[in-house]
Design a protein around this ligand. Sequence first.
Ligand code: S3P
Length: 462
Amino acid sequence: MTETAPARVGDTLTEEKRAPDGAAGLTARPAGPLRGVATAPGDKSISHRALILGALARGVTDIEGLLEGDDVRRTAGAMRAFGARVERLGEGRWRIEGAGEFVEPDDIIDCGNAGTGARLIMGAAAAFPLTATFTGDASLRGRPMGRVLRPLGLMGAAWMGRQLDRLPLSLRGGGLRGIDYRLPVPSAQVKSAILLAGLGAEGETRIVEPVLTRDHTERMLRAFGAEVLVEDGDDGRAISLRGGQSLTAAPVRVPGDPSSAAFPLVAALITPGSAVTVTNVLLNPLRFGLFETLKEMGADLTIANIRDAGGESIGDITARHSPLRGVVVPEGRAASMIDEYPILAVAAAHAEGPTVMRGLGELRVKESDRIALMAAGLAACGVQVEEESEGLVVVGTARGNHEVAGGATASTHGDHRIAMSFLVLGLAARAPISVDEPGMIATSFPGFTRLMASLGARIDPL
Ligand code: S3P
C-alpha cells in the first residue's frame, strides 16, 4: 500500500522544528564518551538529482534512502509542479513517474533554503518551452544565481527578476543551443545546471572544469541511459553531452551523506573515550577531502566493508578519539570538502597548533557567510581564530592541555551546518555551547539531535 506523499511542499515540520528546536535554540553540554553505530541520512546532492532525473526520464524511478530533509522535499514538490507523479512509499522510499518533459507549473516554485535544488531545477526547466518563477527563503534569495543564469542565457534562456542575479526570478526556457563553457567558479551546481539544460539543447554542450567538482550528475545521467563523455586534459576535465538525448527511468539507491556523517565522526574524534561508526557512507573521491585532511591531522579513522551501491562506492567509517595536530589544508582540496570547513574548524579547535584553511571564497556565499560565522562563534567560545577574506586560521587549544572554553551562544543565521558544527563543539568544551535557529538543521539532517543522543550526546532545548 502506498502512503500519500507529504501534503504540500514546505509543510515538513520535522523533529528539529517541532520539539526540541521549536525552542529558540539548542544547547550541547559536555558529557561522557560517544559510542555506538549510526546510519547517516541519505546524500543531499544525490537525493536532489534522483528526483530531478526521475522527473525528466520516461518511466518509473524507484528511489531508496532518499534524504527526507526540507531541501529535498522542496525539490520533490517542484517535480510535481513540473508534471511528474511523485509518491512517498515509505521511509526514504519514493517513486517518481516522469513523462520525459516538464510542463509549465501553475504556481511559483519555492526552493526554500536549497541552492542545489534551485540551480539544478532552473537548468532542467530551461530546456523546455515554459516560463517558471523561482523563489526561496531569505538566505537563498541572497545567494548569487548569475553563475547559472549567465551560461543558461548563452544557451538561449531568458529571465527577468527584480535584481540581476537573485531570486525571485522568472525563467523562460526552450529553443536552447549547446555551448562550450569553462566554469569560472568550481561549482557542481553550475556544471549540473548546464548539463541538464544541455540535454534538451540543439547540438553538443561541453563544460570544462579547471577544478574537479562532485560528479554525481554525470554518473546518474549515465545510469539513466545518457551518453556523457568525460576527458581529462591539461586545462582540466571536459564533460560533453549531445542534446536531444532522452532519459530512461532507473532505480536509485542513495548512499549516506559524508557531509552529514562528518558531524558524529568529528564529535567522536574530539570527545575523550569515544568510538563511533557511521555506516553506508558515500566514499566518492570528490567528496572525501575532509576525511583525508582529518587523517593528516592524526585522526584514527578506519573504513570497513567497502562496497558498490548503484555505481558509487560506500563504506562504514569508524572514528575514535584522537589527539589532533594542526595542518595546512591544500587549497586544491577545497572543492572536495567545500561543505565540511565548518566542522573541520571544530576539529581544528581541538588540535595542537594552527590549522590553515585558504582558497575558501565560496564559503562566503553558502547558506550563510560561513567564514564570518565560524570565526565569530569560535572566538566567542574562546578559540583563537583569524578571519581572512578567503580563509580561516584556527589555532587549536590542545597545546598544554588547554580546552575549548565554550559557554557562549553561536549565531547561525539559519545555517544548518553552522548549527551542527557548534553543537558538536559544545560536546567537548568546558562549558555548554548554544546555537540559535536550530530548525534549519532539518534541511539536511532530520533527526540529528536524536541520532547524536543515541550515541550518548547531550543536546537539549535552550
Ligand atoms: C552541491 C554542490 C556544492 C555544495 C552543495 C551541494 C551539489 O555547491 O556546497 O551543498 O549538490 O552540486 P557549489 O556547486 O555551489 O559549490
